[in-house]
Design a protein around this ligand. Structure first.
Ligand code: BTN
Length: 255
């Protein structure tokens, strides 16, 4: 019997949710639901995604039976909307922690890693009506027992490889929601920013940050309270980076 179904979720979730055995992207449905008036904390969940969306237009793989695909609806004020991804990263970080997993880190901006391999990705998407923020969809994808080919296994992992025991996806969702609800209620507090910052593995590293049409090399020295990464370049300039992919400088890999 599957560990995730409409029936199981109806018994465990005390909130509005919509569950799909298979869907293109949970984030698309959640965006539409926000336009129709979904409440904060409502959820879209799927067993499988056919067109799961990752950051920067990438495909996010959600095969049936082995992953979590969750879109959690937040209603922050526009001022704090960029902190939504901190809520997601902390929720997944704490999930890993509660399972007794060691060596967990958040790689800026919001990948959760175990032993430097990605176990979860977060995709926040804001929904606007003109200049009015209607809400934010916090998309969270978690590899529970997703298997990877040899090449991907170098950079990606799943929870069960760390726990070495079968996990129940409905229970994992319950744990994620406890932390997500806690931090969503505190999205305007500096406590959220400091909790996220203290779990970032990127600070202090020599990095290359690739943006849509930029490439910055330097030391990741800090993050501000909106989540912007601050890079110190070789000529000691501090450059803010709001979005991009961070990789370690080739000469620093393995350090
Ligand atoms: C990343 O590129 O790291 C972000 C991946 C986000 C994937 C999640 S799965 C649930 C939600 N629905 C989507 O289509 N994407 C997000």
């Amino acid at each position: 019997m599957s560990d995730l179904s409409e029936e199981i979720l109806s018994q465990t979730l005390k909130r509005d949710f919509r569950y799909f055995p298979s869907v293109d992207s949970t984030n698309d449905i959640a965006q539409q639901w926000i336009r129709e008036g979904a409440k904060a904390g409502s959820l879209i969940l799927a067993d499988e995604q056919l067109k799961g969306r990752g950051r920067r237009g990438r495909f996010w793989h959600t095969p049936p039976g082995v992953a979590l695909a969750i879109s959690y609806i937040l209603k922050p004020s526009a001022e704090f909307a960029t902190r939504s991804s901190m809520v997601g990263a902390l929720a997944i970080y704490e999930l890993c922690n509660s399972l007794g997993i060691q060596d967990i880190g958040i790689k800026w901006p919001n990948d959760v890693q175990i032993q430097s391999k990605k176990v979860s990705g977060i995709l926040p998407e804001a929904v606007w009506d003109g200049d009015k923020l209607l809400g934010v969809v916090l998309g969270m994808g978690v590899n529970v027992r997703v298997q990877f080919d040899e090449e991907l296994a170098l950079i990606a992992t799943n929870l069960e490889d760390s726990t070495e025991k079968a996990l129940n996806r409905a229970e994992l969702i319950g744990k994620i929601l406890e932390t997500a609800d806690f931090w969503a209620a505190r999205i305007a507090s500096d406590e959220l920013y400091f909790a996220w910052k203290s779990r970032l593995s990127t600070l202090g590293q020599h990095v290359v940050v690739e943006g849509a049409d930029s490439r910055i090399v330097g030391e990741a020295v800090d993050v501000d309270s909106n989540g912007t990464l601050l890079i110190k370049t070789v000529d000691a300039k501090i450059l803010p980076v709001m979005a991009g992919d961070v990789s370690l400088r080739p000469q620093d890999k393995g350090k």
